[in-house]
Design a protein around this ligand. Sequence first.
Ligand SMILES: Nc1ncnc2c1ncn2[C@@H]1O[C@H](COP(=O)(O)OP(=O)(O)OP(=O)(O)O)[C@@H](O)[C@H]1O
Length: 237
Amino acid sequence: MSAPALRLQGDLWIGDNRLARDLKITAPAGRWTCLLGPSGVGKSTLGRLVAGLPGRARLDGDATAVRGRVAMLAQQDQLLPWASALQNVTLGARLRGAPADHRRARDLLDRVGLAGLHHRRPATLSGGQRQRVALARTMIEDSPVVVLDEPFSALDAGTRMAMQDLAARLLAGQTVLLITHDPLEAARLGHAAFLMTAQGSRPVNLPEGPTPRDVSDLAVTAAQAAIFDALSQRCAA
Ligand SMILES: Nc1ncnc2c1ncn2[C@@H]1O[C@H](COP(=O)(O)OP(=O)(O)OP(=O)(O)O)[C@@H](O)[C@H]1O
């Protein structure tokens, strides 16, 4: 199934509480779109809407109905506590009643740096290790649309960069909505980016060219600074 573009427009609500108005966010097909904005503005809520998760949230404007599977890596890793890392990675297939691809699951766990930890339960893993199990679980799905909600936030700088590179490679061609607080992450990984506030959304300029971009690229540094500036102004407003 080819990856669709996403269009998210209108006011975002949870019940009677309007979180943000006049959103105009478009995520190009098969590309990474980053969503930035102050804490509590509704980024995760929007991500859950895209993923079709049940709840009281709604967008009262025009939104693309996403057909087919959406994989979501939520802010809390949501691993099953009684299942091993490997069983957590193959959970989606088991829930669909499909045969689990253990070989691929093991390979992904190795690639996210968890070789030797396949049989550990989540409680015996660090926060960053659990986040990487959740990342492997998201990547094995091969969904046309992927929502990543702060997927690298628990990782040290070196591991974070390595996981960004791996995700950019393995999710190439899928439509990815990346929710992040990290301007550098957006500048490295985004083909498009939006800053979301309670008053609306606006596109953020990113460097041209292939991703993941080099951190030492001056265009990346400049984009990072511009995003940081925009975020501080919006948060101070
Ligand atoms: N189930 C819920 N019922 C009512 N309000 C909720 C619910 N879930 C979240 N909220 C509220 O909705 C707002 C948006 O939350 P959300 O988690 O989407 O924000 P966010 O932009 O992702 O924040 P952060 O960057 O801190 O993760 C917050 O004010 C939160 O308290």
